[in-house]
Design a protein around this ligand. Structure first.
Ligand SMILES: [Zn+2]
Length: 241
């Protein structure tokens, strides 16, 4: 069986969506679906930290920051990465109202370059998180892996845009959760390489049952499947099993 690493999950309560997930329930789902490690990013960050401390071999944390917070965001990244072993940064342009290529994001990118960690952005909702805004950021920071969470989400123009922007920028990777078309996973693998496509479930908004199946039925080869389901995440997030 392939190694499975879930590159996009959350813990907590989300009243707007009427969903919630605690770490014990997440571990149970991971066990049911053969997932070795989940990459978690939640607010407050302490929720992720407690999960990492409780299940250090199963949970990997990304620190969630708002670039509007300036110095405070930088301190948070240093603390969570250097002190608690978090493996990257998560930013949400839609929730925090900024454009990915806006100046306030640059100090964070510079720090992630220094720390040699990737950045995952929510991608797929106007006006803040559309794929085209990641191109100039990728050009400015060519050695920072930039992961587009949801690879454009549910909108075909944005999905095509995410694949296109990844094609033009080698440091952009695509994460598959919430994107409905299995065929776009094959297309992305052919156009940008399967080594830049990452499986994610977006638990508790999505579920591994169908998100894993979506990759499996996409038509990618056995070796591409192994990259997408787990090996890429091992490499990108520098996870030690
Ligand atoms: Zn998410």
């Amino acid at each position: 069986m392939s190694l499975i690493i879930d590159s996009h999950t959350h813990l907590g309560n989300f009243p707007l969506f009427n969903v919630s997930l605690d770490v014990e329930s997440m571990i149970k789902i991971m066990d049911d679906y053969g997932i070795t490690v989940s990459v978690v990013f939640s607010l407050p960050n302490d929720l992720t930290l407690n999960a990492v401390k409780r299940y250090p071999n199963r949970i990997v944390g990304l620190v969630w920051v708002n670039p509007h917070n300036g110095e405070e965001a930088l301190k948070l990244i240093e603390e969570y990465v250097l002190k608690f072993g978090f493996k990257g940064v998560k930013m949400h342009p839609l929730i925090d109202s900024f454009l990915p290529d806006q100046d306030i994001v640059h100090p964070i990118m510079e720090l992630t370059r220094k720390l040699k960690i990737p950045v995952l952005f929510h991608c797929g909702h106007p006006p803040w998180s559309l794929p085209w805004h990641f191109g100039s950021l990728a050009d400015m920071f060519p050695d920072v892996p930039i992961i587009l969470g949801h690879m454009g989400h549910g909108h075909i123009v944005y999905i095509n845009g995410a694949i296109d922007v990844a094609r033009k920028h080698d440091n952009i990777l695509l994460e598959t959760s919430g994107m409905p078309m299995h065929s776009k996973i094959l297309e992305a693998s052919r156009l940008i390489g399967a080594d830049r496509v990452l499986y994610g479930s977006d638990m508790p908004f999505g579920h591994p049952a169908f998100e894993i199946e979506k990759i499996k039925v996409s038509g990618v080869s056995r070796s591409e499947l192994e990259l997408i389901l787990g090996l890429n995440a091992l490499r990108v997030f520098n996870i030690k099993l």
